[in-house]
Design a protein around this ligand. Structure first.
Ligand code: PLP
Length: 483
């Protein structure tokens, strides 16, 4: 059906196409394993099928639905595929997808309490649920943003706002006379930390990278030395970012020792638990959250390893007033009669408009329950450990890092005669050939100059049989590459 002359699609057409679309997506999930995990298209393949100019008059909506299969699907890398083992898999669960439908239908903007009371109040409650699930201290208040990069940037802004004695909010970094500010994080921290100091006017030199030990964890003594050295050079240390599950190897920084240093030098401590933060939902992994009670802020991404469709990141802070000081700016037209008795979430960040994101976290937690989520995470960690043991017992593969969570770093070392460069080239080729099978998708990192393959188990649909499929493919491809 085409659009009527005025107004939206009639309800009966919405119902018809809605049912068709849900059927199409249910089929997609039922047949997910038949799609290549990594999109097998070349740059430009999708673009050339989409007209350069928009249609002058409306088209039959069923044509657009057909084009999902015909044009779009071949260019989709299947993040929901059980053999997606690259990056950190972000898988969409059915309850989360359905919640997104509700959220888009309401299309409510939660900038103010008044602009959608349900959005603000559900968000407060549901981030409280997640906080309890991961065992974070109840002094933490939470807010939803889109991504961990944005959450971390907001945490750094709050840390900067907490630097006493300068009017940074009023006068900015140049006008306030504040010495060059310095943030510390491990050499394995995510690039979002540096992007945070970059975005907030402190430049790349605003971040100083701290060395890690042989398990890729930040070395506290190196942190303290760096802080002391910077103080003597005229820098003003203001923040440390520790990571709970680094991107490349999922290493876990020693939070308690880092927290003690932060206390000594009066520095804001932010924890990046974007991926690893959810692991403490599993009771026997509760120890991971130890020390986080001393932090000032903590980020966790339910869109990474908690089956909430992209995007949803939660920033917790024990100092929401610092966040508010950093960002609150209330225009006349945004003032409401309830301002003194409610929280207007626009006050706690750069953005004004806010999607009703809490619905999908709410649906996911209610559908699976804490226990159901814990069981899934536990199984992922078990499968990763098992895969790590397979690597350890393999005659060609070798493990490159411990496996504290659900990612395994490894490489092939087919001959003792090969140089580091030859091994790097070999492993890059191996990864590309594995990925071009379309049956499994892995990614890489470089550890101490060595090209390293990463195998992550964090997909909602990944079971033991999928890990076995991956092992067979690895062996098969390995046997075909000459060295
Ligand atoms: N922090 C860590 C440890 C990550 O691994 C990532 C992404 O993989 C991020 C932050 C950034 O996450 P986002 O894509 O939500 O910005």
């Amino acid at each position: 059906m085409k659009a009527p002359q005025y107004g939206d699609m009639p309800a009966e057409d919405f119902r018809k196409y809605g049912h068709e679309l849900v059927d199409m997506m249910a089929d997609y999930f039922e047949n997910i394993e038949t799609y290549p995990v990594l999109a097998q298209v070349k740059p430009g393949d999708i673009k050339k099928q989409i007209p350069d100019a928009p249609p002058e008059t409306g088209e039959d909506f069923s044509e657009a639905l057909k084009d999902i299969q015909r044009i779009i699907m071949p260019g989709v890398t299947q993040w929901n595929h059980p053999n997606f083992h690259a990056y950190f898999a972000s898988t969409a669960s059915a309850p989360g997808i359905l919640a997104d439908l509700v959220s888009s239908s309401f299309n409510a903007n939660g900038m103010l309490w008044k602009s959608c009371p349900a959005s603000t109040e559900l968000e407060g409650q549901v981030v409280g649920w997640l906080r309890q699930m991961i065992g974070l201290d109840d002094k933490f208040w939470g807010i939803i943003y889109d991504t961990a990069s944005v959450s971390t940037m907001h945490a750094i802004a709050a840390a900067r706002e907490s630097v006493a004695g300068y009017k940074i909010r009023e006068k900015g970094l140049t006008g306030s006379g504040v010495p060059p500010l310095r943030l510390y994080t491990s050499e394995h921290a995510h690039s979002s930390v540096e992007k945070g100091t970059l975005a907030l006017g402190m430049g790349l030199e605003g971040t100083r990278k701290i060395k890690t030990d042989n398990e890729f964890k930040m070395i506290p003594a190196e942190l303290e030395n760096a802080i002391q050295e910077d103080i003597t050079k005229g820098f003003l240390p203001f923040c440390v970012v520790a990571t709970l599950g680094t991107t490349s190897i999922t290493s876990i920084d020693p939070v308690e020792e880092i927290a003690a240093i932060c206390k000594k030098y009066n520095l804001w401590l932010h924890i990046d638990g974007a991926y690893g933060g959810v692991a403490s939902i599993v009771p026997e992994m509760r120890h991971l959250i130890k020390g986080c009670e001393y932090a000032d802020s903590f980020v966790v991404n339910p869109h990474k390893w908690l089956f909430v469709p992209f995007d949803l990141s939660v920033l917790y802070t024990s100092k929401p007033e610092a966040l508010k000081m950093a960002f609150s700016l209330v225009a006349e037209y945004l003032k409401t009669a309830e301002d003194s008795s409610v929280q207007n979430l626009m006050d706690y960040g750069v953005q004004l408009g806010r999607r009703f994101r809490s619905l999908k976290l709410w649906f996911v937690i209610r559908y699976f329950g804490r226990q159901g989520l814990a069981e899934r995470l536990r199984e992922h960690m078990r499968l990763a450990k098992e895969f790590g043991e397979w690597i350890d017992s393999h005659s060609v593969f070798e493990r490159m890092a411990p496996v504290p969570l659900s990612a395994v770093c490894f490489r092939a070392a087919p001959s003792k005669e090969m140089s580091v460069e030859e091994l790097n080239t070999f492993n890059e080729k191996l990864m590309n050939e594995i990925n071009s099978t379309g049956k499994v998708f892995i990614s890489h990192t470089v550890l101490n100059g060595k090209f390293t393959l990463r195998f992550v188990v964090s997909g909602l649909r990944t079971e033991k049989k999928h890990v076995d499929i991956a092992k067979n493919i690895f062996d098969n491809v390995l046997s075909k590459i000459k060295y």
